[in-house]
Design a protein around this ligand. Sequence first.
Ligand SMILES: *Cc1c(COP(=O)(O)O)cnc(C)c1O
Length: 420
Amino acid sequence: MDYFHYLDGVLHAEDVPVPDIAAAVGTPFYLYSTATLKRHFQALDQSFAGMDHLTCFAVKACSNIAILRLFAGLGGGADIVSGGELYRALAAGIEPGKIVFSGVGKTRAEIRQALEAGILMFNLESAQELRVVAECATELGLVARISFRVNPDVDPQTHAYISTGLAKNKFGIPIAEALDLYRQARDPAGVEIVGVSCHIGSQLTKVSPFVDTIGKLKDFLGRLATHGITIRYLDLGGGLGIQYDQEQPPEPADYGAAVREALNDLDCTLILEPGRVIVGNAGIMVTRVLYTKTGEGGRKKFIVVDAGMNDLFRPSLYDAYHAIVPVVQGRRETTVADVVGPICETGDFLARDREVTAAEPGELLAVKSAGAYGFTMASNYNSRPRVPEVLVNDGEFHLIRRRETYEDLLRGEMIPDFLK
Ligand SMILES: *Cc1c(COP(=O)(O)O)cnc(C)c1O
């Protein structure tokens, strides 16, 4: 459930008319709702109420410092995948003791940065990485709390690009080989085994892959215990899906209930790394129609808007579906069209062969479910300044990232002497 709704035919974010925001900040822009963000965070978090757990928001889904601050205030931690995300999370006020560091390619510099910050846990992905983390920690006179990310070989039944828990994916350690690694990790100075982690994929629309994973993890914990290895944290990753189109993902409460039942009296702290389920439907992208045109002898229709694949990459990257609706409704016909951006790429589209409300130049359109992997995947391709982010709260809107300028585009670039 979100707080974007029509009032007298005009789309509002909470109580704020979207056209007012467009008039103030220009288009395109991302727009988030505080009430929705809170509601989604709490729905997920409270489905584990009464159970020892920590909700670590997956920063890569939506990393604006204001939104991270909001989650910090709700008691949230962070799941990070880079030094940049660590920097953001700390700047937003997330406690280091609630940060877990995932990712298959952490550099020494990032590992040192995280050790010095005193994060909760490193989720390791290889024997080589174990060695590097142990070395870095020893050099600094610190101890790295670690888990290994095991790959349970469960099919998450999602898009191939966002499936991570299959044996053929680059992520994690095959569960059959993980015991060996845990045994290796008992010895080196500088590391302390504290957890087991996994993350099987994103946009899952069923609970059964999670339940299957928990079954395999419990087996594995039993095997660890026979080798005298006990853990304090079981990290289940993220991956719960949202409704973009017709899919019917489980409600957070159903997910929570299924996970709790499958875990059945787990004697450690459960860590969750939700991203999309919290922010996905808490944000939209607002864009303006520039032109309409027809191709193929009048048969093919295009709606050209001022947002492109550099602003919202998911349609081009995953052929992902985002609903596109007019900001101001009216009694109008629908038409089948491609909604395309200004970028010089055929792959630059927000929707293809989509039945949409006929739109005229100058009109505002809302691209829905854009809160997750929206702004965070934006780039400057075609030298387009990145768009602003706006957060609505309590009847007011706040700019939480200004539109980039042309000076921002050149920041950091230089002409070497031989060209002067
Ligand atoms: C991307 C990612 C997440 C978040 O995934 P969602 O599908 O957005 O919930 C969690 N954990 C890890 C390790 C990830 O890479």
